[in-house]
Design a protein around this ligand. Structure first.
Ligand SMILES: C[S@@+](CC[C@H](N)C(=O)[O-])C[C@H]1O[C@@H](n2cnc3c(N)ncnc32)[C@H](O)[C@@H]1O
Length: 221
């Protein structure tokens, strides 16, 4: 596993959040990090292709994607050493260590060549991490810069619960704040302007009455 320079306070905060949570993370999050499996089934990773997850956490998504796309190579980046420990164990348990490489790094500013010895990726995805990353907009531009020609960036995260009752939204927001999670109200706007900037297409979907948002930016470079 490789590491580059990190924003130390945020890295410490994430390690603090996940030091114990990581042991129950996959079990508990399956009930409320909705849309992740839909994202994985839409990745359509080309045979022999490469895929990077930014903020890979416990490796749950990479394991499922690696099973679904058996010819591809997978890369995962996370700022939390605690989460990466769980991810490495999961990947070894699944016998995927030969096809998966993990690195500790900051999703807003990473050097894929230094971390993974790979210049660019066919697919990059960010699942429920933008809502925890300070300066998350930079993660979107960094991901687009790391896409191969014709590649795509896939994002799933909390929406604004726009068609759900106000009380639900208030309860959810209060609870998410305890974990330093903040749904990004301007996610769609930022994806639109970034897609326009690089001449890419954008598909943006609202899931479960705005509980979650799912987006795909398809690069045409
Ligand atoms: C809610 S978890 C999502 C994990 C996984 N993507 C999933 O869908 O289960 C958010 C992850 O983002 C990571 N993270 C937060 N800020 C980050 C940053 N600046 N760079 C890389 N990873 C970061 C956290 O350590 C954590 O593992």
């Amino acid at each position: 596993m490789s590491t580059t320079e990190l924003p130390a306070r945020h890295a410490e905060l994430m390690d603090g959040v996940y030091r114990w949570q990581r042991h129950i993370y996959d079990l508990t999050r399956k009930y409320y990090l909705l849309g992740r499996d839909r994202l994985i089934s839409g990745l359509d990773v080309p045979a022999g292709g490469t895929m990077l997850e930014l903020g890979c956490g416990t490796g749950r998504n990479i394991v499922l994607a690696a099973r679904r796309y058996p010819d591809a190579r997978f890369f995962g980046l996370d700022i939390s050493a605690e989460m990466l420990e769980t991810a490495m164990a999961a990947i070894a348990r699944e016998g995927l260590s030969g096809r998966v490489k993990l690195a500790r790094g900051d999703a807003t500013d990473f050097d894929a060549k230094a971390l993974f010895s790979v210049e660019s990726f066919d697919r990059i995805f960010v699942s429920y991490s933008l809502s925890m990353i300070p300066g998350w907009e930079k993660t979107i531009s960094a991901a687009l810069a790391a896409l191969s020609a014709g590649g795509s960036l896939h994002v799933v995260d909390f929406g604004q619960q726009e068609a759900l009752p106000g009380w639900f939204r208030t309860l959810l927001r209060g609870w998410l704040r305890k974990f330093h999670v903040e749904p990004r109200e301007s996610l769609r706007d930022v994806l639109e302007s970034e897609s326009e900037r690089i001449g890419a297409s954008l598909r943006f979907r609202t899931l479960y009455r705005g509980y979650a948002w799912l987006a795909v930016v398809g690069s045409r470079r």
